[in-house]
Design a protein around this ligand. Structure first.
Ligand code: SAM
Ligand code: SF4
Length: 334
């Protein structure tokens, strides 16, 4: 019997997030600078290598696989990879195959995703205003994303909206975004902006809208009940009693969730990051490319998990961005 992946703090690793590309058709201001330099193609894991790596993790007990990026749906041939992963759903080893997307390509791929066994998608959307959407994403257009969301729902995918809370940007859309999600029967999660990567001229402290403040604003109009539900990750949920809606808050900065962390991340170059908020990582591409022997890869994975830190150190409290991480979110996958 294969031993499951247990880290030094006795946390079982059952959730793998894989960034399949660092490229994107948007340039969201909190995520990328306008002039990003992307990795040379040869550094990226091929779709076959991604398959081998993810399959190893599944064999070692990973039950949930989230595909992210960059924008996962702009990677050429990505549906081949989703189709390949569906065999692990069919065998029962994998319980969930899902993705986080900006929605721009969903119109094209929603049906194929359903065919591959995907049941839910997270779509990132920070505003419902055309002009603001174009500003925040620099290159994106809202109608295209809305069309993608329509296609996803029509294909039977459950959609969750992820919105980054940005002071002076979408604080005045708190209720309208929530209402829109309720009308369309979509869950909603607010994310606190994190200090990741050089993004050019934007100032993190200017953008930071604490979810404590966001929640307080919501509570002025609605009755919020905390839900016990946890995902092993940074999300906390409340129920809005008046509408029955569930709202999530991802607060990596003002809350500590590390004690129950069940996840690791793989970049598109095959680095494994065992903590989103730490620089520490190990290379899995070299063992992957050096040998076809699954034990070589498995040993490298186990060694990396053995280095998973207890937690992270993001902190904005001293008016300086402490615990800052130099890589971009699109590198590790959000
Ligand atoms: N391109 C896809 C998308 O936008 O959903 C997947 C990758 S994106 C890096 C994943 C998530 O990270 C998105 O919801 C995005 O809003 C979020 N994100 C990016 N940079 C962030 C930052 N600095 N702080 C908080 N969330 C961030
Ligand atoms: Fe692209 Fe997603 Fe980053 Fe926006 S948040 S630039 S959509 S990777």
């Amino acid at each position: 019997m294969t031993q499951p992946l247990i880290d030094p703090f006795q946390r079982a690793i059952t959730y793998l997030r894989v960034s399949v590309t660092d490229r994107c058709d948007f340039r969201c201001v909190y995520c990328m600078s306008e002039n990003m330099t992307f990795l040379p193609k040869k550094d990226l894991l091929s779709l076959e290598e991604l398959d081998r790596l993810c399959s190893s993790f599944v064999r070692l007990g990973v039950q949930k696989l989230r595909i992210t990026g960059g924008e996962p749906l702009v990677r050429k041939g990505i549906m081949t990879f989703f189709d390949a992963m569906s065999r692990h759903l069919a065998s029962g080893a994998l319980k969930e195959l899902t993705l986080t997307t900006n929605g721009s390509q969903l119109d094209r791929f929603a049906k194929d995703l359903v065919s591959a066994g995907v049941k839910r998608v997270n779509v990132s959307l920070d505003t419902l205003d055309d002009k603001k959407f174009a500003d925040i994403t620099r290159w994106g257009r809202l109608p295209q994303v809305l069309k993608g969301i329509d296609a996803a729902q029509a294909a039977g995918l459950r959609v969750k909206i992820n919105a980054v809370a940005l002071k002076g940007f979408n604080d005045n859309e708190l209720f309208s975004i929530q209402e829109w999600c309720a009308e369309r029967d979509m869950d909603l999660t607010w994310i606190e902006v994190m200090p990741m990567g050089d993004i050019g001229n934007e100032d993190r402290l200017d953008q930071y809208w604490s979810l404590k403040d966001l929640r307080a604003s919501l509570a002025e109009r609605f009755t919020l009940t905390d839900l016990a539900e946890r995902s092993g990750g940074p999300a906390r949920y409340v129920r809005v009693e008046e509408t029955g809606q569930k709202i999530g808050f991802i607060t990596p900065l003002s809350h500590n969730f590390c004690e129950s962390c069940n996840r690791v991340r793989i970049t598109c170059t095959g680095e494994i990051f065992t903590c989103l908020g730490q620089e520490g990582h190990s290379d899995l591409r070299a063992p992957l490319r050096s040998s076809q022997d699954e034990m070589v890869l498995e040993d490298a994975i186990r060694a990396a998990i053995g280095l998973k830190p207890k937690g992270h150190d993001f902190d904005y409290s001293r008016q300086d961005v402490a615990g800052r991480v130099s890589r971009h979110m699109s590198h590790t996958g959000g």
